[in-house]
Design a binder for this molecule. Structure first.
Ligand code: TNX
Length: 532
């Protein structure tokens, strides 16, 4: 909340002072301080960078943001860029959907980009006269504006008292992602996180070109999404006393969820809901006795044990429940995926697990969504459109390799590399350590396409960085675990394998610190990184 309030207030202040800013500031900016930022100093590393030292652009009070005429989507990206740049600069930066202006400009144009940019990439040209971002989609334009944000001085991240020269290094970037899917996951079940906290996380994710946010909405300790046909799930299963140690209560109403979906969509992030089953279901089974084979409600649980709960596999009521939940979730989820969990079902026999998964995945398809689950679902030989999320720590997994050979896609989240809830080292005050200690270099130094034997580049949809919340309560806690490792996973998902370079990455990461300080991001100052 704190950050949002500040930004809103300052934005309002900036708008009120616009005429003043225009008349008071000289049309030509102060002599350009030599920019130490290079065109490629961006996370994730761009595909192709051609610096042109003669092309430095300086943002001025006369700069306009010009967008493709007739495109509401381009105009929206332009407005968001203006919202980002106005508080610090105090410049008016009007957004003009016109074919031409004689003024210095940042142009956001649909079409005309290098053919390689595809559906998510962009081309960014910086000359003395302006910046031009070209893309085939609004998502591509948005990605280009996130690169531009990092090319501006770090001071762009907060209102400034001192005068700053807003230089952008000259040249051309052609950029597009290695993988279509670059995700993050937030666990709302162990400790609930509010809509404002989720929005803050979305803001941060979008700066690193993450395009999916997976929400873990149910677990043994809590149920966090309103389901009208089973109303006690939230009021009891997500009510007072739920969560780890009983201190993580709360839930998203459908209106909350829709607000999160819309907020994320405006930042080109698609929400993926997860309801974990057939295990990790104690919150539901302690709320509704009929979901248990013996028809006795289980006690609520606030500890962090895993693997003890299971829905009743041979009871038709179970599938009415599951279908109700999937139907209601699908209705409020515009994105293509619906995640059914499927991990650590140790209280379900292998045969029952297969029976369950084979009944439930088609229900996801029935409501128009693509089935997605933790890698265990591949034990049930699902249809090839089902997606598996690999969370293992090993480099072999026969079920996954067979699924990949059949054509199933895989999202890579190896727990000993990509889990943001693992401690950095033994002294980290938050987090767990069952999979590994994960310092920044460990999070960065792996290749999604060579991680698991038989699961190569073609089988991989992308990468995801899960953040489990057993030990995490506040947005400060979330930020401490996600930064600086989230940008490492973001780079693995976006940048080419050939560009992978720890020395380059850690230098660029160190340069992010002033931005995080100005945005009030509570990051872990890893000793592996030369922080600026
Ligand atoms: C394992 S990873 C789990 C979660 C825990 C996590 C903690 C996975 C699919 N299941 O239930 O929260 O470890 O790191």
């Amino acid at each position: 909340m704190r950050r949002r309030h500040t930004v809103t207030r300052l934005l309002a202040a900036a708008v009120l002072t616009l005429p003043l800013a225009v008349s008071a500031a000289p049309a030509t900016a102060a002599p350009a301080a030599a920019s130490t930022r290079q065109l490629g100093d961006v996370i994730p590393a761009p595909v192709e960078t051609r610096p042109d030292p003669r092309g430095t652009f300086v943002l001025s009070p006369l700069t306009v943001i010009r967008t493709t005429p007739g495109s509401a989507a381009a105009r929206q990206v332009g407005r968001q860029l203006a919202d980002t740049l106005r508080p610090a600069t105090g410049y008016p930066l009007p957004v003009l959907p016109v074919p031409f202006t004689p003024l210095p400009e940042i142009a956001l144009l649909l079409g005309g980009a290098d053919a390689r940019v595809g559906q998510q990439g962009y081309q960014l040209d910086v000359t003395r006269r302006g910046v031009t971002i070209r893309a085939n989609t609004a998502a591509g334009l948005f990605a280009g504006t996130q690169t531009l944000r990092q090319l501006l001085p770090a001071q762009i991240e907060a209102p400034q008292r001192q005068r700053t020269t807003w230089t952008v290094p000259g040249g051309r970037i052609v950029d597009h992602p290695r993988f279509a899917y670059r995700g993050a996951m937030l666990d709302l079940a162990r400790h609930f996180h509010t809509v404002d906290e989720i929005k803050t996380y979305v803001d941060l994710l979008s700066q690193y070109k993450i395009n999916y946010l997976h929400l873990h909405l149910s677990d043994d300790q809590g149920w966090r999404i309103q389901i009208d046909s089973w109303p006690l799930l939230t009021t009891v299963g997500g009510g007072p006393g739920t969560g780890v140690d009983g201190v993580g209560p709360g839930f998203l109403t459908k209106a909350d969820y829709k607000a999160v979906v819309a907020y994320a969509a405006a930042r080109h992030i698609t929400i993926i809901p997860e309801i974990d089953m057939p295990g990790h279901t104690n919150a539901a089974q302690s709320t509704y006795a009929e979901l248990n084979c013996d028809k006795v409600a289980t006690p609520p649980r606030t500890d962090t044990a895993v693997g003890y709960s299971s829905l009743c596999i041979h009871d038709e009521l179970t599938y009415r429940f599951v279908e109700d939940v999937i139907r209601e979730l699908a209705e409020i989820t515009p994105g293509p995926y619906l995640h059914i969990g499927g991990d650590e079902a140790h209280a379900t026999s292998d045969e029952d697990y297969r029976t369950f998964v084979q009944r439930v995945l088609p229900l996801v398809s029935k409501y128009g969504k693509r089935a997605y689950g933790w890698n265990e679902i591949m034990k049930a030989d699902p249809a090839t459109d089902a997606v598996a999320q690999y969370w293992g720590t090993g480099t072999t997994n026969a079920d996954l390799a067979e699924a990949a050979a059949r054509g199933n896609k895989v999202v890579m989240s190896p727990a000993n590399k990509a889990y943001l809830d693992m401690k950095y080292d033994r002294d980290t005050p938050l987090g767990l350590s069952w999979a590994a200690y994960i310092e920044v270099r460990t999070a960065y130094d792996w290749d999604p396409a060579t991680r698991v034997a038989g699961v190569g580049e073609d089988a991989i949809l992308g990468v995801e960085a899960p953040l489990w919340s057993e030990t995490l309560r506040s947005i400060d806690d979330i930020e401490y675990m996600a930064f600086p490792r989230l940008p490492a996973i973001a780079e693995l998902g976006w940048s080419t394998a050939a560009s992978h370079d720890w020395e380059s990455f850690r230098t660029r990461l160190g340069e992010q610190a002033p931005r995080w300080r100005l945005q009030d991001v509570n990051f872990y100052p890893s000793p592996q990184v030369p922080w600026v």
